[in-house]
Ligand binder design. Structure first.
Ligand code: PMP
Length: 427
């Protein structure tokens, strides 16, 4: 069957061109999904410890049925009246702080962030934004300016300031505790001052509320509160990118709930449709209304009846199957297992996580914390050959990244931990 995989890889290169990223040294050819399981063309079964998009589990029957039923009945756009978008808006907004009381629908996380930037620009009258120095927020021209992992075509504009991501492990100036939180927050304050001094002015700060792409740090206590206070003191807006953190991933509905902050604007995507492309911006009403007074925003596919039926089914399943609580409970269990592994495997420098999102920071030396990116690659590929799918991430590309579907069980966790133990011993 390896011959067939090779044929598909070559066909892909010929039709899609080189440079389309693939996972694993031996790519996986998946043909079926069911809950936390994925199956390849040979019938090999993989435990999915990577995919956060199918948050309710792959191919959940209730979600598939909602999609098929609505697709068989009607699909149009939002210039006709339809109640699916209203039913969904009510349901979604019910999950947020009362101040976040309007929603605009789109199709991808990138589009949601693009719209969020426009809302912040119109309402602040300024162009300057802050992001971290190791992040990704999407692929539109405007949003790629705020994506520090890949440099955008033409380079970065004058209106962008990057601040260090709030890492407690490789901490800024070796600080800890409140001094560390203050130091990282001060970087935000300085970036705002720099935008103001340059005459560009400050519109807002965008951040993934769990800093997932940065490497899922333990965020210093008080950092979010202090950083957001600087943003608000300067008249800017805090855009919480919940594209990865949202919909129960952290054992709470939203990642921002881990701190005592309420964003002005929230962006949603990935798990929102469990695989169907649907995204949204949730904002304080006056911000979205004022934006709409300045610019007509229309999105042909955003908020269509099929997308809204799917998204509604996703929230139904999360609630009916108590998946947010499951993420918290099984997440704690997995973390304990990883900490036990850390007591036996020197290569593990740090174990981090919240809910069902984990980072295992691999080091070649625990004292210097030198990142072990090569070992991360070996382990990710070793796990794939033992039937467990995961990946790596982070500024140094040395952090094992795991975010299984939210229906992950303790039994699944045992298999993951046992397999990781074996693969780490071999590496
Ligand atoms: N925000 C974050 C934090 C992301 O990780 C991503 C995608 N990895 C995006 C936004 C962009 O989402 P999409 O790929 O749906 O445009």
């Amino acid at each position: 069957a390896m011959g067939n995989v090779q044929r598909i890889v070559e066909r892909r290169e010929r039709l899609l061109g080189p440079g389309n990223p693939l996972f694993y040294d031996d790519p996986v050819h998946l043909v079926k999904g069911d809950g936390v399981w994925l199956y390849d063309a040979d019938g090999t079964k993989y435990l999915d410890c990577y995919n956060n998009v199918p948050c309710v589990g792959h191919c959940h029957p209730q979600v598939a049925r909602a999609l098929c039923d609505q697709a068989a009945l009607l699909n149009t756009h939002t210039r006709y009246l339809h109640e699916n978008i209203l039913d969904y808006a009510e349901r979604l907004l019910g999950k947020f702080d009362d101040s976040l009381d309007r929603v605009a629908m789109a199709c991808t996380g990138s589009e949601a962030n693009d719209l969020a930037l426009r809302i912040a620009r119109v309402n602040s009258g300024n162009d300057g934004f802050i992001c971290t120095n190791a992040t990704y927020h999407g692929n539109t021209t405007a949003v790629s300016q705020l994506s520090s992992i890949f440099e955008p075509v033409g380079g970065y504009g004058e209106h962008i300031r990057m601040v260090p991501w709030p890492d407690s492990y490789r901490a800024l100036n070796g600080l800890s505790g409140e001094a560390l939180a203050d130091a990282y927050a001060d970087e935000v304050r300085k970036a705002i001052a720099s935008l103001n001094d340059s005459g560009i002015g400050f519109a807002g700060m965008i951040a993934c509320t769990i800093y997932a792409n940065e490497g899922l740090p333990d965020i210093p206590d008080g950092y979010m509160e202090k950083a957001v206070a600087h943003v608000h003191d300067a008249g800017g807006f805090f855009i919480a990118d919940e594209v990865q953190a949202g919909f129960g991933r952290t054992g709470r509905w939203w990642g921002y709930e881990q701190a005592a902050v309420v964003p002005d604007i929230v962006t949603l995507g990935k798990p929102m449709g469990a695989g169907h492309p649907v995204s949204a911006v949730v904002a304080r009403g006056e911000l979205l209304d004022n934006y709409r007074a300045h610019e007509m925003y229309f999105n042909t596919f955003g908020g269509n009846p099929v997308s809204c039926a799917v998204a509604q089914a996703v929230i139904d399943v999360i609630d009916e199957e108590a998946l947010v609580d499951n993420a918290a409970e099984v997440g704690d269990y997995v973390l304990q297992g990883f900490r036990e592994l850390a007591s036996r495997h020197e290569i593990i420098g740090d174990v981090r996580g919240s809910g069902l999102f984990f980072g295992i920071d691999l080091v070649s030396d625990r004292d210097t914390k030198a990142p072990a990116a090569d070992k991360a690659r070996t382990i990710v590929n070793g796990m794939r050959h033992k039937g467990v799918l995961m990946s790596k991430i982070g500024e140094h590309d040395n952090v094992l990244k795991l975010r299984p579907p939210l229906c992950f069980s303790k039994q699944n966790a045992d298999l993951l931990i046992e397999t990781l133990d074996e693969v780490m011993a071999a590496a």
